[in-house]
Design a protein around this ligand. Structure first.
Ligand SMILES: C[S@@+](CC[C@H](N)C(=O)[O-])C[C@H]1O[C@@H](n2cnc3c(N)ncnc32)[C@H](O)[C@@H]1O
Length: 227
């Protein structure tokens, strides 16, 4: 058994190296798979909804949804902030974002922004809301395992968060590779070995952290407030 797992692990590394070999970036990959992403199904709907409901997002709040993809969080977040609030749904893949934009074309409190989170500044947000300085919440689901430079994204986005504002991450984690996690890593351009919760643990207070067992390993949710 150990032998098979080792082989799968080696294969998943080789598969990930294919992206580097063919010089495929995550933007290109997600543009290619955008059309089928939603057909793969939202296996993590329960933790997603439970987590969003527990974040204490209020009417009038401003939320950044980093790596929004096809907008799986958008309707829940938009409902929480209400008409007076705003959701900035950000993604670097035009293909993914276009699907989200089409799906929520009548959602007036959501702005879809096609930008790499590494280049996210307040000036980008000001194009959509002139008086914005900082945001109340930052949310990111299944994005930290995919980003090429998670530390840069965290640094850039953390600057935009108000003092006491909340940073929340939901993502996959798999300590040891198995067949399923290797397939998911391949299909999602992901690295599910990343311990992205540490970024919140090290920089925030009032930490909430929960883990769910799933077939490929775990889904973790973590939130914390800016010190
Ligand atoms: C697995 S999908 C997650 C989509 C959605 N949040 C969800 O929960 O289903 C990952 C998304 O992250 C986006 N992404 C990856 N790196 C990014 C970056 N640096 N800036 C913006 N978007 C990024 C990809 O384009 C893709 O749409």
């Amino acid at each position: 058994m150990n032998y098979i797992l080792k082989k799968v692990h080696q294969k998943s590394i080789q598969i990930h190296n294919l992206y580097t070999y063919f010089k495929i970036s995550s933007i290109e990959w997600y543009n290619i798979i955008a059309g089928v992403y939603d057909f793969l199904g939202d296996f993590y709907k329960r933790p997603r909804i439970e987590f969003i409901n527990n974040l204490g997002i209020k009417q009038g709040d401003i939320v950044l949804d980093l790596c929004t993809g096809t907008g799986r969080n958008v309707s829940y977040l938009a409902e929480k902030v209400g008409k007076k609030g705003k959701v900035f749904a950000i993604d670097s893949s035009k293909g993914m974002l276009e699907l989200a934009r089409k799906r929520f074309y009548n959602q007036t409190n959501v702005h879809f922004i096609n930008v790499d989170c590494e280049d996210l500044t307040v000036e980008v947000l000001k194009k959509y809301k002139e008086d914005i300085e900082q945001v109340d919440h930052i949310f990111c689901s299944l994005g930290y395992s995919v980003m090429e430079n998670p530390k840069i994204v965290y640094g850039k986005s953390f600057r935009l968060l108000k003092h006491n504002g909340q940073y929340a991450i939901m993502d996959l984690f798999s300590e040891k590779s198995n067949f399923l996690s290797a397939i998911i890593d391949f299909l999602a351009f992901a690295q599910s070995k990343r311990k992205s919760w540490k970024i919140i643990e090290n920089n925030c207070k009032d930490i909430y952290h929960k883990r769910y067992n799933v077939m490929s390993g775990e889904i973790f949710v973590i939130s914390g407030r800016k010190k």
